[in-house]
Design a protein around this ligand. Structure first.
Ligand code: HEC
Length: 177
């Protein structure tokens, strides 16, 4: 083997080595494609969902519209220590509020709820994807909150008989459409 060939082989091997070194972290990343979000990432994603969808009714300041859209800022079910009712409401809707169970993943719903629970004057504990999954699995067709009186339901939002059975209550409208 000439020294020239040897130099070439060494050069080739080092290219292979560098390629491996660079690709190992990429490969291990690919295996972990859906890592748990950090709380900061959840709040970021939750904010973007809130300001795309929920804001239409509950407003930028989370105070809603008196007599129509309940406030999410301070008190209410949004800040209960047990987040079950909050999760249930976002999953299956309530009165004039559309359901989001097929629009959003458990991670999305946990994110928007965590955002709401920590925004404005709120200071309640975050909600995890697993907590949303548990409510989705346990309560799919059982209304655990009483329906809104008809007078509180905005025109054209939802149909009274759909409110009795959340399993067939498709959202009458989404704010983006
Ligand atoms: C189309 C309007 C509309 C949109 C969009 C909407 N909501 Fe609502 N929301 C309502 C109405 C109306 C009520 C009151 C329902 C009732 O009185 O039973 C409500 C009630 C709630 C409640 C219960 C508050 C309490 O203290 O009882 C929570 C929590 C809530 N919404 C969260 C959300 C979140 C989070 C989003 C976004 C993912 C959202 N809502 C999107 C209309 C809306």
């Amino acid at each position: 083997m000439t020294s020239r060939m040897r130099t070439r082989i060494v050069a080739l091997l080092s290219i292979v080595g560098i390629t491996l070194l660079v690709s190992i972290p990429l490969l291990s990343n690919a295996q972990d494609a859906t890592p748990e979000m950090t709380e900061e990432q959840m709040i970021q994603r939750g904010a973007s969902i809130y300001y795309t969808v929920c804001v239409a009714c509950h407003q930028v300041d989370g105070n809603g519209v008196p007599g129509i859209y309940l406030p999410l800022n301070k008190g209410g079910i949004a800040n209960l220590e047990d987040p079950t009712l909050f999760i249930y409401t976002v999953l299956y809707g309530r009165g004039g509020m559309p359901r989001f169970n097929s629009t959003y993943s458990n991670a999305d719903i946990a994110s928007v709820i965590t955002f709401v629970r920590q925004e404005w004057d709120n200071n309640s504990a975050p909600v995890t994807e697993a907590e949303v999954a548990a409510v989705r699995d346990n309560y799919s067709a059982t209304p655990i909150v009483s329906p809104t009186p008809d007078a509180q339901i905005p025109e054209g939002q939802n149909h009274p008989e759909q409110r009795q059975d959340p399993s067939n209550a498709t959202p009458a409208s989404t704010p983006s459409s």
